[in-house]
Design a protein around this ligand. Structure first.
Ligand code: SF4
Length: 339
């Protein structure tokens, strides 16, 4: 029998009372800003990875005002290593909007909060329910997995029809009271017992009603994204160090890969490089939609290359100081390997 919403909520709230996480850094001194930053950091990233980044971020930018006033370079520097840098840029843009248009306070309705840059319905629901006790539902990756299993929702949730079905379930099953605790319990269940590869159904509060568990189909649900081969792209980057131990870096344009981060200058593979064309080293990196293979050419001057990208951000930096810059992780690894 399909579980009634009231039973579902009761079981999840009892689970929260016994096992829910209540001492994560963003659960202490709770406010909209702290919850919001955690929600953005937790997108595609696990709690244990996020915690040290979150603490450092909060030390540097303790309020929405301090984030709005910060230099974007500084914000990106705090994000370096977490990936998906558009999240940091959106966070910064959103902080400015909150200060400018909302007197530094988060709007208190879902319709208004999702107008802010980078805040979707689930993040908005999390901020409103966890920080302000509102009764809005959420649907992050963990909640999607739990619902897809309990109700055997067919199809990959990147498809809008599947997403719609999951939202419907989430709204129907989210209680009007103690919504924040319920949402936290759902996230905790998805991140813990109902993990993707090995759900521990025998300890789960929903096991007696979960259809995937009853039909031994937990490995099949949620349905996976249909597999697609991703292409490989090649590029050439330039490692240029002068006699004073300064390295030439290029600040990439704000959009596109590694937007706004400091990178080795990228040169066209067909460009003319007079000084030295032998490859000094190579590295690879995989983005969500392609693999990137990079050949690095070393030379003292950058005189004859054809730059692929906008090179208006070129600047020399002391090699001992580059740790202070916002660098993409693969570039950082490469430089750490050699210097
Ligand atoms: S019974 Fe198992 S599959 Fe179902 S929600 Fe619980 S942990 Fe997930």
């Amino acid at each position: 029998m399909v579980i009634p919403p009231a039973t579902f909520a009761k079981k999840m709230l009892a689970f929260y009372d016994l096992h829910g996480r209540k001492n994560l850094p963003w659960q202490l001194e709770k406010n909209g800003y702290r919850v919001w930053v955690s929600e953005i950091m937790l997108q595609q990233t696990q709690v244990k990875t996020v915690i040290p980044y979150y603490r450092k971020f909060m030390q540097s930018f303790p309020t929405v005002q301090s984030l709005a006033e910060a230099d974007i370079d500084d914000v990106l520097h705090h994000w370096a290593g977490l990936g998906y840098y558009s999240r940091a840029r959106n966070l910064h843009a959103c902080a400015k909007t909150i200060v400018k248009d909302h007197a530094g306070e988060f709007p208190q309705s879902l319709a208004d909060i999702i107008q802010l840059p980078g805040i979707g319905e689930s993040t908005g629901g999390a901020i409103l329910s966890l920080a302000y006790g509102k009764d809005d539902a959420i649907l992050d990756g963990n909640v999607k997995r739990v619902l897809a299993r309990v109700f055997l929702v067919d199809g990959w949730y990147g498809k809008s029809s599947v997403l719609k079905a999951l939202w419907q379930l989430s709204r129907e099953y989210t209680p009007k009271k103690r919504t924040g605790d319920f949402n936290q319990a759902m996230m905790d269940l998805g991140a813990g017992l109902c993990s993707r590869s090995r759900p521990i159904c025998c300890e789960c509060p929903l096991s007696t009603h979960c259809l995937a568990h009853a039909q031994d189909k937990t490995a099949e649900y949620p349905h996976r994204k249909p597999k697609k081969r991703i292409p490989t792209k090649q590029t050439v980057m330039y490692l240029s160090i002068d006699d004073e131990n300064q390295i030439l870096l290029n600040k990439r344009p704000p959009t596109g890969i590694w937007g706004g981060l400091w990178c080795l200058p990228e040169v066209s593979p067909t460009g003319t490089v007079i000084e030295q064309t032998t490859v000094f080293d190579q590295f690879k990196h995989t983005f969500s939609h392609y693999h990137l293979e990079v050949d690095v050419i070393k030379s003292k001057g950058l005189k004859t290359t054809t730059l692929v990208e906008d090179n208006s951000g070129m600047a020399w930096h002391n090699i001992d100081q580059i740790e202070k810059l916002a660098l993409p992780t693969p570039i950082k690894k490469f430089l750490n390997k050699h210097f």
